[in-house]
Design a protein around this ligand. Structure first.
Ligand code: G4P
Length: 339
């Protein structure tokens, strides 16, 4: 399974972002609370540089509070201002406004000392797809989402929304590309909905998700689907996926669980066998809507394990490539010798 984000997309997103960044004093980096590591963009630090930033983990209502606490602490220790929000309900949004004010305190005080009566702050939201940027912007602006129109002296075309307290928010959030450096992170992003289902193998994705839930949230799948977790051998491999980073055993186990969920929900085709495609869509919808429970996918110990697997895979790919190149060189030299 490979997740695509084309260089053309990236270059365009980066350019727009860099232009808009020049207009603001502070950045609100929105991430998914279920993926406090995987939903952050690896290039973001380089792009926003030293500009003040508030790190917001949205969809906190869907995340595991125990994991959220771990990540809150993790990022605070790194010096970040961190807020967890639920942009759908509006929870935590006021805390973001307070955090923006706090982060800008020095600047505001400096200009007050210089005799200014008020200092207007300009902010923008950035984040990868589907983390809730639009929902957040709408919530922040509230019902008075009355566009404030062009702010004279700032820019002609940009629309700014009032966040209250003399803070204005750019109405168009900055789009960042998801991190695609690791296939496990890509699967978590796909599970969260940040990557379109069309570009992933949903069966393999569900195998990943269901085995993860089964081992880290025991009982959650049984409770949701009324199933008994099947043994790996109960799934007959018909060559559904030939190559996977999950390993054959985890894939088989995941597909067996998926089959059980599908059967429990009546996702059957003529003849009575389970329609795995339909079952996968149902499970993914359930996960994304929080119906399986408050389930986070970035566990620090799992991230370490996966980094090892990714490194091993990279190493194996490198050795394979070296061997291929050596074979090619050998073939060429034999061919030249014959001439
Ligand atoms: P984006 O701009 O970053 O792409 O994200 P957007 O606001 O469009 O939100 C993506 C989906 O996530 C939407 O659901 C939205 O309602 C949901 N969402 C946003 N913030 C939260 C949150 O804090 N908690 C929860 N539970 N959901 C959130 P959708 O299914 O695409 O649309 P709909 O449900 O609004 O109809």
């Amino acid at each position: 399974m490979t997740v695509q984000w084309y260089p053309g997309h990236m270059a365009k997103a980066r350019k727009t972002l860099e232009e808009n960044l020049k207009l603001v004093n502070i950045v609100i980096e929105l991430c998914d609370a279920r993926l406090p590591y995987s939903s952050r963009n690896p290039a973001i630090d380089r792009i926003i540089g030293k500009k003040p930033r508030v790190l917001v983990f949205n969809k906190a209502d869907l995340a595991d509070p125990v994991q959220s606490e771990y990540w809150m602490d993790y990022y605070k220790k790194q010096g970040f201002t961190v807020v967890f929000t639920d942009a759908k309900a509006g929870d935590g949004v006021k805390k973001v406004i307070a955090a923006v004010n706090k982060a800008m305190e020095e600047k505001v005080n400096r200009s007050l000392e210089r005799g200014r009566i008020a200092t207007t702050l300009y902010a923008m939201v950035v984040g990868i797809p589907n983390v809730g940027k639009s929902s957040f912007v709408n919530k922040v602006a509230g019902k008075a989402a009355a566009k404030t129109g062009d702010r004279p002296g700032v820019t002609r075309e940009k629309q700014w929304l009032s966040m209250g307290e003399d803070i204005y928010l750019l109405d168009t959030p900055g789009l960042l590309w998801p991190r695609i450096d690791n296939q496990f992170a890509a699967m978590r992003l796909a599970a969260s909905g940040a990557v379109k289902d069309e570009v992933v193998d949903t069966g393999e994705l569900c195998a990943f998700l269901l085995t993860f839930i089964d081992s880290h949230y025991p009982g959650a799948l049984e409770a949701r689907y009324g199933i008994k977790i099947p043994e790996t051998e109960e799934f007959e491999d018909t060559g559904y996926v030939t190559e996977t980073i999950l390993g054959a055993e985890r894939l088989a186990k995941g597909l067996a669980i998926l089959e059980a969920c599908g059967k429990a929900r009546g996702c059957l085709v003529k003849g009575g066998s389970v329609d795995l495609g339909r079952a996968a869509a149902l499970v993914l919808d359930d996960y994304r809507a929080g119906k399986i429970g408050k389930i986070s996918l970035d566990f620090p110990e799992v991230l370490d394990e996966e980094a090892d697997i990714s490194l091993r895979n990279e190493e194996a790919a490198r050795v394979k490539e070296e061997k291929r190149a050596a074979r090619k060189a050998n073939y060429r030299s034999r061919k030249n010798a014959k001439r």
